[in-house]
Design a protein around this ligand. Structure first.
Ligand code: NAD
Ligand code: IPM
Ligand code: MN
Length: 355
């Protein structure tokens, strides 16, 4: 039987994870063969163990087949030493489990065409996949730090770097993802300025030779930010590095109506994955039963698809979300006139009922 580790995290984390767990419990009731247990990550782990990614958690997530996570981070931890901050816990678990491939699908459910801040005709039918490299780049590059320089001034520095093998493996995932979709891959870089991404572009061109059925294009990241707003439907799969992918995926989330709709899967080479919404811990609405749990529930669907090999149940969960939107239920972030405003917990209940 497959085993799942469940990590609430901070802020809205416990609220949104509770809704995904309701859905999971329902699936188990319907015959899904999985077990799960809770562990702590981020600020909640720091409070309990003095570390944002403690050994207790490491042990549980290493032996699990998949991990479900809410989000980490909260202002109360922002002045801790950097290694103790919640966000470091998230980076540590990604690195420890070798979760280098982050899939962030931006899909517009037709019921939400008016929830997007863009004109409905620009986003109607949108279905793009951002493939973000997750364990390299400026996020992890050494050297890094804040030093006092020769002039006696403080100086901060980070290093953007990618090895050939790191680029090659994310390129493969990107091409394979495109093969399963509309066979268009746009690799996003800043090769006109940064050597790291010049290498990125070279490797993508090399790997392309193994995927002749996929149409590869390249785009600079600044242009991509513009094109995502101008004409997002030109994209099928967008592949990019860690930091550009972080920024572009938040941007893409607004095409779907709200960042509360964007799930994600972070995968290793063997199908093990961590599943979390693309958004953060939303401290501004934490504890108020206002958060949209759908990105977390849709992340559970991705877990069923990628780590539990249960495409049928993955689709069932996605269709349940679709049905709830058809029925007109909306959390505050996607609310519009004529729909029914519900809280986070009610939204979870509605999805369970729709299953
Ligand atoms: P955020 O994504 O938490 O919030 C940005 C805005 O989106 C806020 O107005 C918030 O209320 C709203 N929002 C986010 N998720 C929502 C949801 N499910 N439903 C409704 N509204 C939602 O980003 P931030 O404010 O920049 O960061 C807050 C904290 O989260 C920081 O500590 C940051 O480091 C952390 N963070 C964590 C993750 C993660 O765990 N993967 C991702 C991003 C940010
Ligand atoms: C995300 C978040 C994280 C990132 C932070 C919290 C470390 O923004 O998952 O998108 O930058 O990767
Ligand atoms: Mn982010």
């Amino acid at each position: 039987m497959k085993h799942i580790a469940v990590l609430n995290g901070d802020g809205i984390g416990p609220e949104i994870v509770a809704q995904a767990v309701k859905v999971l419990d329902k699936l188990i009731e319907q015959g899904l063969q999985v077990s799960y247990e809770y562990a702590k990550l981020g600020g909640e782990a720091y409070d309990a163990y003095g570390s944002p990614y403690p050994n207790e958690t490491q042990e549980i997530v290493r032996k699990a087949d998949a991990v479900l996570l809410g989000a980490v981070g909260s202002p109360q931890y922002d002045n801790l030493d950097r290694p103790l901050r919640p966000e470091r816990g998230l980076l540590a678990i990604r690195k420890d489990l070798n979760l280098f491939a982050n899939l962030r699908p931006a899909i517009l459910y037709k019921e939400l065409a008016n929830a997007s801040t863009l004109k409905p005709e620009v986003v109607a039918g949108l279905d793009i996949l951002i493939v973000r490299e997750l364990t390299g780049d400026i996020y992890f590059g050494e050297p890094r730090g804040i030093i006092t320089n020769d002039k006696g001034e403080r100086e901060g520095f980070n290093t953007m770097r990618y090895s050939e093998s790191e680029i090659r493996r994310i390129a493969k995932v990107s091409f394979e993802s495109a093969q399963k979709r509309n066979k268009k891959l746009c690799s996003v870089d800043k090769a006109n300025v940064l050597e790291t991404t010049e290498l990125w572009r070279q490797i993508f061109n090399e790997v392309a030779k193994d995927y002749p059925d996929v149409e590869l294009s390249h785009m600079y990241v600044d242009n991509c930010a513009m094109q995502l707003v101008k004409n997002p439907k030109q994209f099928d799969v967008v592949a990019t590095g860690n930091i550009f992918g972080d920024i572009l995926s938040d941007q893409a989330s607004m095409l779907t109506g709200s960042i509360g709709m964007l799930p994600s899967a972070s995968l290793d080479e063997n199908g093990k994955g961590l599943y979390e919404p693309s958004h953060g811990s939303a401290p501004d609405i934490a504890g108020q039963n206002k958060a949209n749990p759908l990105a977390t529930i849709l992340s559970l669907a991705m877990m069923l698809r990628y780590s539990l090999n249960d495409e049928v149940r993955a689709k069932q969960v996605e269709q349940a979300v679709q049905k709830v939107l058809e029925q007109g239920y909306r959390t505050a972030d996607i609310y519009e006139d004529g729909t029914t405003l519900v809280g986070c917990a009610d939204m979870g209940d509605k999805v369970v009922q729709a299953l």
